[in-house]
Design a binder for this molecule. Sequence first.
Ligand code: SAM
Length: 323
Amino acid sequence: MLVDGYGRKVDYLRVSVTERCNFRCQYCMPEKPFSWVPKENLLTYEELFKFIKVGIDEGITKVRITGGEPLLREGLENFVKMIADYKEDIDLALTTNAYLLPQAAQKLSDAGLKRINVSLDSLKDEVAEKIAQKDVLKTVLKGIQAATDAGLKVKVNCVPMQGVNDNELIDILEYCKEKGYPVRFIEYMENQHATDVAKGLNSAQIQDIIRKKYNFTKLERSGSSPSQDYKTEDGYVFGIIEPHKDDFCATCNRIRLTASGVLIPCLYFEDAQSIKDAIQENDIDKAAAILKNVLANKPEKNKWNDEDGDAVTSTRAFYETGG
Ligand code: SAM
C-alpha cells in the first residue's frame, strides 16, 4: 500500500501520454506552444508501462490516461491493453476531447478500457468552435455516442466561462441528464498558458444559474473525488469542482506522471521528480524509491491560493500535467 507523509492512501495514478492537442481551447492551450517536448524525450509506452507496473505492484488500483489529447498518440489501444492485461480488475479510464473517439471507441473498449471523461463546453457549433478554435462539436457528439455504444461509461467535464458558455449550463446539464452521463462543472483554473480573456465562473455562480431551473441539495462528500456533488429534486446528480478550495485535499489519493517521466505529487504544487532515468536504466528499485520519495513530499494541501487567499496563476500547463 502507498501512503504519503500525511497518512493518506494513494491508489490513483494519472498518466499523460502526450502534451500535444488537436484543440486550442482558450483556457488550456490557446496557441500551439513555442516548442513541444521532442518526441525522443517522451517515455515510450513500454517505459510508461514499466512505471505503471511499479505503481500497481505498490498499491495503485486506478489509472487514468490523459494528455494533451491522448488519442493523438498512435497505438493508444495497445497501451490500454498492456495495463488491462497486467491487472484484470484495474479501474482504467481515459480523459479525452472525444474528437477521435468515433474511430477509436470500440478498439479502446476491446482493449480493456472501462470509462471515459469527455470535455464538453458547449452544445452550440459556433461557441464550441470559439472555445476550441476549430469546428468540433458534431464530431465530439458522435465520439461520445460511439463511446456509449462501445459500452464505455461516460462522464462529462465542462469549464464554465463568463460570456462564453455561461448561458448553456442548463442545456449541458440536461443533455447529460437525458443521456445518463454525470456532468462536472470545473472552475476555471488560472494558468499562464490560457488567454487573458478566459474568465471562469465560481461554484456559487454556477449554482445560481442551475437553480434558475432546478432545486437541488448538496450531498455529503464521499470517497476521494474533488467534486462536490449535488442532487436535483428529480434525482440527477451533478458535480462542481472547486480547485480554489482545499477541502478535498484531506482525502486526496492521486499522483500524476507526465509523458516525459515527471512524477507530480499535487497539481498545484511546483515540486516534482523525474523517474525517466531510473526507468530507462531498468532500475525498478530506484523508480520505486522515487515514487515513495515523491509521496513523502506530497503537500498536505494544494498551494492554489497565496497567503491572502488569492488565486495563484500556475506556471504549469494543464496539457503537460493532464489536468
Ligand atoms: N484533451 C483531453 C480533454 O480535453 O479532456 C485531456 C486533457 S485536458 C488538459 C483535461 C481536463 O483539464 C479537461 O477536462 C479540461 O477541461 C481541464 N482543463 C484544462 N485547462 C483547464 C483550466 N485552465 N481550468 C480548468 N480545467 C481545465
